[in-house]
Design a protein around this ligand. Sequence first.
Ligand code: ATP
Ligand code: MG
Length: 600
Amino acid sequence: MSAHPTSPSSSAPAEPTKPSNFLRQIIESDLAAGTYAQRQWAGSPGDAAHQATGQPDPAKIRTRFPPEPNGYLHIGHAKSICLNFGLARDFGGVCHLRFDDTNPEKEDEEYVKAIIDTVKWLGFDWNGAPDAPAYEASSYFDFMYRAAEYLVTAGHAYVDEQTVEQMRLNRGDFGKPGTDSPFRARTPDENLARFREMRDGQHEDGSMVLRAKIDMASPNINLRDPAIYRIRRATHHRTGDKWCIYPMYTFAHPIEDALEQITHSICTLEFEDQRPFYDWLLARLCEGGLLASPPPRQYEFARLNLTYVVTSKRKLAQLVYDHKVSGWDDPRMPTIVGLRRRGYTPEAIHLFAERIGVTKSDSWIDYSTLEGCLRETLDHSAPRAMAVLDPVKLVLTNWDAVMGANVLDACSAPVHPHLPELGKRRFQIGKEVWIERGDYEETPPKGFFRLFPGNKVRLKYGHVITCTGAVKDANDRVTEVHAELIPDTKSGTPGADSVKVKGVITWVSVADGLQAEVRMYDRLFIDAQPDAGGKDFIESLNPNSLKVVQAIVEPSLAAAKADDKFQFERHGYFVADRVDHQARKMVFNLAVGLKDSWGK
Ligand code: ATP
Ligand code: MG
């Protein structure tokens, strides 16, 4: 997947092949109507006066992806990233990466760096240039404070000293209007003095809040005088101890969008009820001349709900801190770093985002849809290799007589069956080869065509052999399978097909096979909706989600580098682990099986 510049200079026309969705239709009609054509952009975020010094905005639209840096991004965020950056790319716009870091307590620089890496890895850049710094909501604290003072002086906000409990009781509920706070009738001057005292640290945490003054009887509870600033003595990872008051998310977010001249602010459905406040706040601040018009508009889409995973940073953090997984990048995690380590490519994730589409109603996407995208993308690119995951030795008892003692016979196979330009893999066959333990049965079940006494099979890319039996240990466990080679049946030689077989098995010879650790991953949860309805998701962790096996792999894999993906024939797609794989100690992760076999 190559990088898609979102720079307006590249103003690519909308790709006609993209399936439309309600957001694309909204943008198309805004562009046709010239809704945002008059906007100015001074080259950086800022208030109305700042933007007025700028040029007509070269970006036709501005979208944003605003993660809170309190964890690693997951597959749900990928949906939002592909959507927001994709719309900007397709409509000649720009998408802003903005850290929504207005909550001082839970945020960390480690996450900031990881989020930047993830967005880049998915193939996007932001703010119109590669390596442009991301925007940070905390850099707008001064403006947010100014906006709050403006609301106070204009009579649109007041300091409320009710207790949290009183405020909750007085808010009413769906069937009952709220009750005005006794502090609601304060004058703007009194409120301003009190608000400044809050800022100056003269009041205890939680002793009072600044509230917007809207309508305590509104049918939308979010309009019943929502809190917009609270007192919180906490050190912020960016602004340190400069502030002891912090804006509430619902106040901060519309302002961040407006300062950045965002046109289409796309969020998940749970914010639908916040939209009236979003519009109210920006209308007041535009009216007061603080923000440029027209203000951004919010649109909601259905979040991604994916079966067999949890997509909440808090819950993912719990898995990490309780050591249920090896870290944020554990290959079983639905984090982007986890998916990457599992073998997912940006191409597979883009395909997934496109395939699930964008809708306005919540639904569940089956995990196999994600796996299908990976399988499809790897199928047309991944080199093939043979690997024996549960090895038992097969001895060709007539080898010395037919081929000669200590003789090795060269075999080859295409690197990829449909990409001849990738050339051939080479390996050797000798008297002893490793085969899968499951490929031998003393008494074959019906329909079993592989090794059992008297049956003929082909060693893939090698010869046809006739099974003669097996050697077992005291515990009745097979230690060696025996067979005889049928001369002149080697694949690719004249007459090779003269002996017909029903079974073909994969193998790696003892002479040139290499040891490798293979990590067989399965779903992290056994429950399709591990956290639905408030269930404790820890209880449905799959106890068998990781099985480590010592495998023998063909010699071509000696050249595998971390992150390289392969199809192990018959087994599935595997990736050389980006953390632990080394040339001298190979480690492969199961990315996805060849077929969707879950539950079958
Ligand atoms: P979490 O609960 O995992 O912390 P969040 O929504 O609080 O999720 P943010 O960092 O605030 O996480 O999200 C950044 C953006 O990603 C938001 O615009 C949000 O709408 C979007 N997003 C988060 N989760 C999903 C999801 N499951 N599907 C689609 N978009 C999502
Ligand atoms: Mg959040």
